[in-house]
Design a protein. Structure first.
Length: 313
C-alpha cells in the first residue's frame, strides 16, 4: 500500500440474547480525519462475540445455541488487521502467505526453510528485467482486495543472520492470531418451536459441548473486476461471468472437542453418544504441504452464469 495511514479502529462487537444485536464503536472527528485511503484502508480489529442463539427457520428449525468467539485465553479476539484495497492496474497487493516471503527477503525468516522457500517462489512478482517488484499478486484496475493478517506478527527484528531467531519468528508469525470457538449445542426442532421459551413438541440435539481452539492464517477475499458483459467458458462448457469472487482462508485447529449426540454415517456407523476429544485439523503432512506452514485451507471461486437469451419458437 502507498500513502497509507493505518487506522486503529478497535471494534467491540457484542452479540447477546436470542435476538442478536451488535454494538460498534463510533469514530470521533479526530479519528475520522486520520482516515486516508489513497492506497487503501487498514483496520485493526478487536472483537468479542457472544450469541445466545442462531435459528434458521424452514418448516422446522435449526438452532445453534450459545455461541462464543474469543482468544484462547477467553479475552477479546484481537491482533487482526484487515487491509481493504481497490487496486490500480498492475498494482501489487498482499495475497496468501506473501508477507512471509517479504519477511524472508528482509532476513527475518530463514529463506532455506522449505515452506518459506515455497512462499518466496509462489508470491515473488517479477518484472521484465528479471528482478522482483514485490511480493503478493498483480491485480487489475478496479479489483477489490480484502486481506486479513496479524496486526503485530511478534517478530524479533534482530533475527537476520541468526537461525534460532528466524525459527522463533516463524513460530510467532504462525501463532499470532489465536481463537477459541464454543457452542453449547446444535439442535433441530419442529414447527412448534418457541423462541422465548426455547421449547417445542419435538427437538433433537445433534452436537453438543463444542469447543475449538486454534490459529487463523491469511484470509483473502478478491472481487475480480472483469466487467459485467465479459464471459468465459469453463472446461465443462458452462459459460460464466468474467468477474468473480475468490475466497481463500487458512486456519489450524489444534484442539477440537464435541459430543456427537445423534448421527449415522452412510447408514453404517452409529456414532450416537460418542465424545470426540483432541481432534486436530491441519496440513502438516501429505502430498501438498509446501508453502502452507501447517495451515489447512478452504478455497472457493464464485462466478455468475449469465441469463440465457430467449429463443423465438
Amino acid at each position: 500500500m502507498k500513502a497509507l495511514l493505518p487506522i486503529t479502529a478497535a471494534t467491540l462487537l457484542s452479540l447477546n440474547s436470542v435476538i442478536a444485536s451488535a454494538e460498534l464503536q463510533t469514530l470521533d472527528d479526530v479519528e475520522l480525519s486520520q482516515m486516508r485511503g489513497q492506497g487503501g484502508i487498514t483496520i485493526e480489529l478487536e472483537t468479542a462475540l457472544q450469541i445466545g442463539q442462531i435459528s434458521y427457520k424452514d418448516q422446522g428449525h435449526l438452532n445453534i445455541n450459545n455461541l462464543a468467539l474469543t482468544d484462547i485465553d477467553g479475552s477479546s479476539l484481537d491482533n487482526i488487521k484487515i487491509d481493504f484495497d481497490l487496486a490500480g492496474q498492475d498494482e501489487i497487493l498482499a495475497r496468501g502467505f506473501s508477507e512471509y516471503a517479504q519477511y524472508a527477503a528482509a532476513g527475518l525468516l530463514d529463506a532455506s526453510d522449505a515452506d518459506v522457500a515455497a512462499a518466496i517462489s509462489r508470491y515473488s512478482v517479477s518484472n521484465s528485467a528479471g528482478g522482483v517488484d514485490g511480493y503478493g499478486e498483480r491485480f487489475n484496475s478496479g479489483d477489490m482486495v480484502i486481506h486479513i493478517s496479524p496486526t503485530s506478527p511478534g517478530l524479533d527484528y534482530s533475527a537476520p543472520g541468526d537461525a534460532a531467531k528466524q525459527a522463533s519468528n516463524l513460530d510467532a508469525l504462525s501463532q499470532s492470531i489465536d481463537f477459541k470457538l464454543t457452542v453449547d449445542s446444535i439442535e433441530i426442532a419442529d414447527s412448534t418451536y418457541n423462541y422465548e421459551t426455547g421449547t417445542s413438541l419435538n427437538s433433537t440435539t445433534l452436537l453438543s459441548n463444542i469447543a475449538m481452539e486454534g490459529y487463523i492464517g491469511p484470509v483473502d477475499l478478491v472481487f475480480r473486476n472483469n466487467g459485467d458483459a465479459k464471459t468465459h467458458t469453463l472446461a465443462n462448457g458452462a459459460v460464466v461471468s468474467g468477474s468473480a469472487l475468490e475466497v481463500d482462508a487458512h486456519f489450524k485447529v489444534t484442539d477440537l472437542d464435541f459430543s456427537w449426540d445423534v448421527a449415522d454415517i452412510i447408514l453404517l456407523f452409529n456414532l450416537a453418544a460418542v465424545g470426540i476429544e483432541n481432534m486436530r485439523i491441519h496440513n502438516e503432512r501429505g502430498a501438498d504441504t509446501l508453502g502452507h506452514f501447517g495451515f489447512a485451507s478452504a478455497s472457493a471461486n464464485w462466478q455468475r452464469q449469465p441469463p440465457r437469451a430467449a429463443k423465438m419458437v
